[in-house]
Design a protein. Structure first.
Length: 248
């Protein structure tokens, strides 16, 4: 795929698009904050993403994901780790890119579903003096992302790939899941290749593990994404669930 280096931007009322941020502002000041906190919004179509002139070198907080799904990959010695990101996450994809790494590694971003981001630049930061509650909420988002990564690390240390996948999908359900009569739906259309990166396994092994989980009626592929049945894995009921549920 052709790398994405440029994107069209348009005005964005950040708090109108992100209800979680708006809720940080007291009700009597919220409407004014929604009108004042305006910045640029950029749309990124599916494909490999390289930050281009429109946003590289940005001074400010970074990029706030308003919608969509993307993945960040880091490779060392031919082995890769990956992180799934979506609505509400705060990114600084250019951070540290100019510093020489101590390890030889490769990094890359790929948009899985069209992503729209708000550019939280210096102009946006000027509003934080009037609405300091936003600063705390954005820091909380960054802390939540780091804790989610800690859970991912614990998951990929499980020996069996079917266990990793079962845990990963329940972990994703804690953020994206929807409870229904048949179980919990995770409305993410993740290919076997993407899942293999998230659980640090080969794609054929992931396909085989998903077949096993399906036969046990634990994980089913649907048009909406993934349907989880039964209870979360025992490990998620214990230590992993406690890590994921830690308050920010």
């Amino acid at each position: 795929m052709t790398p994405i280096t440029t994107a069209v931007s348009e005005p964005c009322r950040v708090l109108a698009r992100d209800a979680g941020l708006a809720e940080a502002i007291p009700p009597e000041r919220r409407a004014q904050a929604i009108e004042e906190c305006v910045t640029r919004e950029i749309a990124l179509p599916p494909g490999r993403w390289r930050t281009g002139p429109a946003i590289s070198g940005l001074n400010g907080i970074g990029l706030l994901v308003l919608s969509g799904l993307l993945i960040r990959r880091v490779g060392i010695g031919g082995r890769f780790g990956a992180e799934l990101l979506g609505e509400g996450d705060v990114l600084r994809p250019w951070e540290g890119e100019e510093e020489p790494p101590t390890l030889q590694m490769t990094t890359g971003w790929r948009v899985l579903e069209t992503v729209r981001v708000a550019v939280l630049d210096e102009d946006f930061m000027s509003h934080l003096s009037s609405y300091p509650e936003l600063g705390g909420r954005l820091v909380g988002r960054a802390v939540s992302r780091s804790r989610s990564l800690a859970v991912n690390m614990a998951i990929v240390h499980q020996a069996r790939v079917d266990v990793r996948l079962h845990m990963l999908l329940w972990h994703l359900a804690s953020r994206w899941g929807r409870v229904g009569n048949e179980g919990v739906t995770v409305p993410l259309r993740l290919t076997h290749a993407v899942l293999s990166e998230l659980v640090a396994a080969r794609r054929p092994t992931v396909t085989s593990a998903l077949t096993q989980l399906s036969k046990r009626d634990l994980v089913l592929s649907t048009d909406a994404g993934w349907l989880l049945r039964g209870e979360p894995p025992g490990e998620l009921d214990g230590d992993l669930a406690e890590v994921a549920a830690q308050p920010v």
